[in-house]
Design a protein around this ligand. Sequence first.
Ligand code: HEM
Length: 472
Amino acid sequence: MKTSGDTRTDLRLPGPGPHLAGGWRARGLRMLRDPAEYFMRQYRTYGEVSTWQPARPRHVFAFGAEPQRAVFTEPDVFVADAFREVKIPEGSSFHLLTNGLLRLNGDRHRRHRRLMQPTFTPRRVLSHRRAVQEVVERELGSLRVGDTLPIDQRLARIVLLIAMRSVFDIEAPDEVDRLQGLIGRLLAVAASPMTLMFPFDLPGTTMRTALRTCEEIETVLRGLIAERRPTAHDRTDMLSTMIAARDDDGAALSDDELVSEAYTAFCHDSSTATLTWALFLLDQHPQVLADLRDELSVLGGAAPDEAALDRLPLLDAVLKETMRLLPPAPMLLRYTAGETELGGVALPEKTMVFLSPYVTHRDPERFPRPLRFDPSRWEGPSPSAYEYLPFGAGAHNCVGRHFAMLEMKVVLAVLLQRFRPTLVPGTAVDRVMRVSLVPGNGLPVVLAPAGARIPPPEVSGNIRQSVDLSRL
Ligand code: HEM
């Protein structure tokens, strides 16, 4: 295990004294309720690297580009284990579905990444553009100026339908509805604090619902894998390209491995969160929205084709700036695989290390006036991989990032050429952590005609801590 000549066993990380009431479990619950601002407070009080237990660190916070670089560049020392805290019974379908890349490390992780890579290259991803466009145009086609709707729910449906087409190549309405229902049910219970605190397979528990729902999803996935196997080489859906992928020695992903990876690749919840926040921020910044509509006018009402996708810098910057201010994954987690050190301080094995793109993206040195939504900041030099990391960094960085950017660009480009969504007055916008960071009350909007000049609606809610919405 890693040791450093500079490690000091007498040094302590800053953190609260043992007298602080509640202990780490109570603090953990407070943190999970609102990790974004909890982390900001921890950072303001104790700095870049801190802990809850200065005497013997078990929970460590590594904020800022440098500590994050130290963690992400040592993937065999700081390991990922996405679901360790949820006591998922081994051998269950729930365990299998969550056994994809995000839980693997070392050689197994590298092997899976190698086999998954061909499915997610920029070129391969572009081959899904037309399918994405078809779903977006069909689903937005039923909306009319004057409609009032929870736009977050419509976006979730679009993103899910895109995933069904691109990952599984399924369109049959009954199959789509069935999977949509199952995934919706699973996401609702899997992220619930109840599942974390009461992980028992008993009647009425969220764990039981999660276990049974996963069994149904596993059955559907196994059916799809069996169906695709004979023709996988001739098909372009992601499941088929994963089935067809071969290692240098000719080895392929097994059925179990395919179930785990297909499920991970299928969860596009973060794209929905980003799109929802982008619409909120654009509504609050009418000049940026007007500039973006100007940029999109070259499309003449259509979805961007392959060439156009590269020529929409403001659309790209709006999405990047949205994920800077409101990263769907504001918190990432690693565990020490043995004794190691961070910031010159010794850490024992199994220390939980929390990282936070949300905090790092607010460094005023790197992002001046960090709470302002200002897409023009992306005209300057790009930040490093550890200063800006909405898609994570290092060995586990998001394999689906090119696909996510594609789907988000097509959705926004089509939607904003047709409508000017504006928040229903009086809506409180509170960020909450579900599977991703989302507005807790959703985003109810009225669809005004595209190009309508509407002053930004007054907004209440804790979002005002995350974004500076004061008028210039
Ligand atoms: C805006 C959209 C998205 C965001 C912000 C996002 C963010 C992330 C982040 C932060 C990680 C790293 C987690 C960690 O280090 O613990 C990650 C990993 C991953 N993402 Fe995404 N993601 C997005 C969309 C997608 C999509 C559309 C797919 C699939 C098509 C996808 C598939 C994956 C997979 C498979 C991993 C695991 C990689 C590994 O562990 O090696 N993501 N994502």
